[in-house]
Write a protein that binds this ligand. Structure first.
Ligand SMILES: Cc1cc2nc3c(=O)[nH]c(=O)nc-3n(C[C@H](O)[C@H](O)[C@H](O)COP(=O)(O)OP(=O)(O)OC[C@H]3O[C@@H](n4cnc5c(N)ncnc54)[C@H](O)[C@@H]3O)c2cc1C
Length: 474
């Protein structure tokens, strides 16, 4: 198949993601030099992605006089926050897992908080003049295989059972095609909780706003450990604080105490040249986020200038974050193949960029937020590829935890759940993750083709559920 990829798309990792290049070109940023020496503050945050920056923002909202320092090894938004699909989406499709873990009331309360967070991102952008291309177009789940048609029906039944039927509607094949024409789409469901953003603009906008509000940010500053105190230690200095927040996403896999809460899998995105007339042609003008229902998800959205960003492919697991998360040419090729399959009418439109990053997969497919003993180090992780809206909630929760605020938020069931499910230690974790991921992809492909999956792929794909993890097919 001719994938029509430009040289930029063929060399993932050679440059920053298109999102981040676009955002950096549009800003006149204040410099945030690396930490040099020892400092003291109230709250030190490790990681300058959405989680870290939202935490800084909400801390300063709660108390503008608080000392807040963010330490980021790269630049703010240099990680997945500046290279994701930009799906700010709700948790109504996650109800089955949420209910299993937290009961109906806890599940609905949590999902409603994510709804508030999506609105909160919009409010933040408007209030602070951050042009993050926020567009509320909802989310279409498009079935691409026979079993997926039952999955969408079940998702719609789940939200009805939760007493929130307005959050998700069943779509016939014609209704799916009316929103976006593709030969691959069958029936579907529409979740109203869905907005697209230009993620790097949001991350960089957050950086600007927290700096204006008095936070200190040191970029190019890698934290080697957080000692009791807590003290965030780097090669060039340290920051002593009353509280520390770990906002390091998939990098947590190698950290003590939190490492086994996540496994790192890669995901890759390809981006087309602008072709607004082609979007008109396929009727995809409502700004909907769209994904299929494979476990190895394919997800896609449009951009303000008429492109399609299409994610999927990759899914390689590794014990630590390295080149396989950013330089995997085969993963870009797979994402491009998926795009060409779904949108054959775009064959002449070149794919002009491709990039990847790590996903912090949690054993429950949902993130947890919490505090480590003795009570002054807080964390949020395990977004499992859905962190744009949840990291806004994480920021609100972490700000309350770090300031000792006894809010409703800190009593959400996703905060300090009593029994944290852990992955096995290395090397079992990444070997297992690699085997399961590849079996899931084979299982998904067979299902899409309507054929019986190979018995071995079938057995391995179902292994996580048998072991009590909420991952893989049911
Ligand atoms: C390709 C891809 C597509 C995705 N698509 C979507 C999507 O469409 N919708 C969605 O909701 N989610 C998506 N996600 C997931 C989403 O990007 C994340 O859940 C979200 O960005 C998490 O934000 P974060 O701040 O926790 O993590 P990050 O953005 O990863 O930030 C963590 C930061 O910590 C820094 N760091 C790590 N270790 C250290 C250290 N020792 N010292 C200092 N700094 C450190 C890193 O450099 C990084 O900048 C996607 C992810 C990927 C990779």
């Amino acid at each position: 198949m001719n994938l029509n990829l430009t040289a930029e798309a063929l060399t993932p990792g050679a440059q920053r993601s298109w999102w981040l290049r676009e955002a950096l070109a549009a800003e006149d940023a204040q410099a945030c030099p690396p930490l040099a020496g020892d400092e003291t503050t109230d709250v030190v945050i490790v990681g300058g992605g959405f989680t870290g920056l939202w935490t800084a923002y909400w801390l300063l909202e709660r108390d503008p006089n608080l000392g807040v320092t963010v330490l980021e090894q790269d630049i703010c938004g240099g990680g997945p926050s500046g290279r994701n699909g930009g799906f700010a989406s709700g948790w109504w499709d996650e109800l089955d897992g949420l209910v299993l873990l937290y009961g109906m009331d806890g599940a609905v309360r949590s999902a409603r908080e994510i709804t508030k967070s999506i609105a909160g991102i919009d409010e933040f952008c408007q209030k602070h003049g951050v042009d993050a291309w926020f567009r509320r177009g909802g989310y279409v789940f498009a079935a691409t295989g026979p079993r997926h048609e039952h999955v969408v029906e079940e998702m719609v039944r789940d939200v009805e059972r939760a007493g929130a039927p307005e959050e998700m509607q069943q779509l016939s094949r014609e209704q799916v095609q009316a929103r976006c024409q593709s030969p691959a789409f069958r029936t579907g469901a529409f979740m109203r909780d869905g907005a697209s953003v230009q993620p790097a603009r949001l991350a960089r906008g957050l950086r600007r706003v927290v700096l204006e509000r008095g936070a200190k940010i040191h970029e190019g500053t890698s934290v080697t450990r957080v000692d009791s105190g807590p003290v965030a230690v780097t090669e060039q200095g340290s920051v002593r604080a009353k509280h520390a927040v770990l906002a390091i996403n998939a990098w947590a896999t190698t950290w003590p105490r939190i490492g086994r809460r996540v496994a790192a899998w890669s995901s890759y995105i390809v981006l087309t040249a602008p072709a607004p007339e082609k979007l008109e042609e396929i009727g995809w003008t409502g700004g909907e986020l769209i994904s299929d229902l494979r476990q190895s998800l394919r997800y896609f959205r449009t951009t303000r200038d008429g492109r399609i960003a299409f994610g999927g492919g990759g899914g390689r697991a590794a014990p630590r974050i390295g080149d396989s998360f950013t330089q995997d040419k085969e993963a870009v090729r797979q994402a491009a193949e998926g795009f060409r399959l779904f949108f054959p009418s775009w064959a002449e439109v070149p794919i002009v960029d491709g990039w990847g990053g790590p996903i912090d997969v949690s054993p429950t497919h949902l993130p947890t937020f919490g505090t480590l003993p003795p009570g002054n180090v807080h964390f949020a992780l395990g977004y499992t590829g859905n962190g744009v809206a949840p990291s806004h909630l994480a920021g609100r929760v972490l700000a309350d935890l770090a300031t000792g605020t006894d809010s409703d938020l800190v009593h959400l069931p996703v905060v300090n759940p009593p029994r944290a499910k852990l992955f096995p230690p290395e090397p079992m974790r990444s070997i297992g993750a690699r085997m399961v991921r590849s079996a899931i992809i084979r299982f998904d492909t067979a299902e899409e083709l309507g054929v019986r999956p190979h018995p071995l792929a079938n057995a391995v794909a179902h292994l996580p559920r048998r072991m009590g993890y909420l991952l893989g097919p049911q």
